[in-house]
Design a protein around this ligand. Sequence first.
Ligand SMILES: NC(=O)c1ccc[n+]([C@@H]2O[C@H](COP(=O)([O-])OP(=O)(O)OC[C@H]3O[C@@H](n4cnc5c(N)ncnc54)[C@H](O)[C@@H]3O)[C@@H](O)[C@H]2O)c1
Length: 254
Amino acid sequence: MQISEAGAIVFGGASGLGEATARRLAAEGAKVLIADLAEDRAAQIAREIGAQAVVTDVTDPASVQAAVAQAARLGARGLRISVTCAGVGTPGKLIGRDGPTDLEEFAKVIQVNLIGTINAVRLAAAAMLENDPDAGGERGVAINTSSIAAYDGQIGQVAYAASKGGVASLTLPVARELAEHGVRVVAIAPGLFDTPMLEGLPDDAREALSDVTPFPGRLGDPAEYADLVEHVVTNAMLNGEVIRLDGALRMAPR
Ligand SMILES: NC(=O)c1ccc[n+]([C@@H]2O[C@H](COP(=O)([O-])OP(=O)(O)OC[C@H]3O[C@@H](n4cnc5c(N)ncnc54)[C@H](O)[C@@H]3O)[C@@H](O)[C@H]2O)c1
């Protein structure tokens, strides 16, 4: 899929991995819409990169539908690229200090990370089906963000790992279903990346995490996530796969 002039939506594009993706897609000539809850930050980034921004809650069908409709009007070729980075990392053990995990807290994480992703991908893909196919028969590409926690969830990541496992698992059936329409679906499962999500951790925890990656022995740079997004968009053979981007990291139990 050619990036230049393509309509693109980045859910969660106001921070971290999504911000780097929005910046990259815009730099490569896409017409980008940043769809995020964080209104001011989204608007500021959009101004910097010549994109648009819209307040969007990925868990809300009407909100995502409005954002997708706006993105579909951006490029002359319709909405071609959807990247879903909106997510929350709320920790929680199965049996915590206060007893068994609170189901409402559990459901909140699933709601944003998993239901939010399927909400975004179902509505973005529906818009992509309206596009004319390009010379290679492609109508669009959707990239979702899983996590290595889908495979090596740590103690305290029950809801997060379950949500990211869902994002990983839906990749193949959705890619299979949309194949006949020329829409690809890929998930990226990042290891540890230097984003505001990790900045929330205490300094010593961040320090401890920064050198656990075998090579390179540092946190990932969000630009490296954007590198992979760019590659997935442009390489039509990548489809139905979950790609770990983790420097060979396998997380320990705690
Ligand atoms: N940083 C990492 O090491 C890492 C590792 C693996 C997976 N991930 C995943 O990558 C994605 C991006 O993470 P990040 O580190 O860039 O986080 P981040 O906190 O920097 O950015 C997340 C963005 O999502 C937005 N958001 C949250 N809830 C939303 C909602 N309901 N609707 C719309 N937007 C919403 C936030 O406003 C924020 O701008 C997340 O799904 C995260 O789970 C991150």
